[in-house]
Design a protein. Sequence first.
Length: 148
Amino acid sequence: MRRNPNTDDLTYLRTFADDDVIAVVELVRLGVPETTVYRRCRPGGPWRLLAPGVVLLTTGVPTRSQRLRAALLHGGPEHHFMTPDQVIETERQHRAYRSAGLHVIGIRPNRLRLDPDGLYRDVLDARRVAAALPPAEVTWRPDLPSAG
């Protein structure tokens, strides 16, 4: 890709950034070589790497808004973030589900998971859970069709 002569113009690059936060792929698309991007993010350079693949076009301390923009750029469109108020509301909903007797557990082997109480718990391997359950009783009913 040909280098864009405007890539040294910070004002030009800021027109494509959102609150001085921009993705590395966007800078490369604009003509800034990837090696140049990461070189500018080194200590003493004019830019700062906020997250993998996300750059702050200044060296200052990022604001809360800039950190959120960096997280959204890094996470991609399938990710979302919640404000503290949304977290509180979600916790209220979890309490309502628990009081209604609903409890859903996602079982993934060898993983720590956040349970509805907000605590990380060691989730058991599904085979160990199944082995700990009593054997199921099989009842034959003549009014039901057979599975065979």
